[in-house]
Design a protein around this ligand. Sequence first.
Ligand code: AP5
Ligand code: MG
Length: 314
Amino acid sequence: MNFLFARAPSIRIAPTATARRSISHSVSVSKALPFYLNTLRSAEQNDGKVLRMLMFGKPGAGKGTLSARLVKKYDILSLSTGDLLRQHIAERTEVGRQAEEIVAQGSLLPDDVMLKVVASKLELLNNRHWILDGFPRTLGQGKLLDAHLQNQNAPLSLVVNLDVADNVILSRISDRWVHLPSGRVYNMSYNRPKVDGFDDETGEPLTRRPDDNPEIFSRRLKQFYDSTSPLLAYYASPVNKLARLITLQGETSDEIWPQLDAVVRRSFPGVRERVSSISQRRYSLSDPFAMEQEKRAIKRGAASDGPNPSKFLN
Ligand code: AP5
Ligand code: MG
């Protein structure tokens, strides 16, 4: 299990102009940002009940959308492996070169590669409330994650299964547009940008994910049924002693969001709501602008409360 702790490839924060160009032309993005760094205090300082949550569901089920809503409202860290991989691809790292074709084809990366990608990030989740989106995605990844968390004496506390019908998802995917540097996701029928084709916050162009066409999408769905859905039985079995497994159904976020919000509020009362000034401060490994802000905050000593963002800056 030690390779879980191997260092992930270093991630450069500010993409070069070339990387940005390659983002617009060849790379995709999804809803949840890889990481939000915030001024969260140790979760144990609250009521001892720590949110360690998996956001589980088919491709396009809304994992990124709902994770982002939780992170915007509450002091929670989130990590999306899909976003992390797209960032690697954009920056042409070794992992990114390996991932590009696999992701575009709708297949899964090998477990050992994924573990390398998430290993150093998992360490940063210690004593935090957190959500993993898109990891684990195979039984092998699930068992390794459990072993890692047991080692940390920090087992999963919640698994949320988003149950959305295939036909509903297919229609959403064809409407999805994304802003790669930030991870923001738009949908032309459900969450339209203020100006079609452009990101609300930066004005930069939106792109489509190359794995969002019907042919590749059906392959991603098949991968889900073959490799990922067995994890549900694993989390429902007695092996999983501590994490609560809940399934949320609904076609719209208006149906699903209140249920999810209520579970978090009732079961994890120590998870604090952000105050409004903080909720505007979004820090993402994939957002160079936000990271510049964070670097300045570190210099001013303003970020001493949360995870040390300087870890991400080289
Ligand atoms: P990843 O990026 O994780 O893709 P995914 O799991 O296929 O999920 P998506 O991001 O497509 O969907 P989502 O559930 O986040 O939905 P979203 O919120 O965007 O992974 C990409 C690839 O990376 C994989 O295929 C694989 O190759 C690789 N990979 C990643 N992790 C891996 C791992 N652990 N192991 C191996 N390989 C790995 O919503 C979708 C759309 O619906 C949006 O348009 C949104 O606006 C809309 N929408 C969302 N909710 C609602 C709603 N309630 N009502 C109406 N519209 C909604
Ligand atoms: Mg996503």
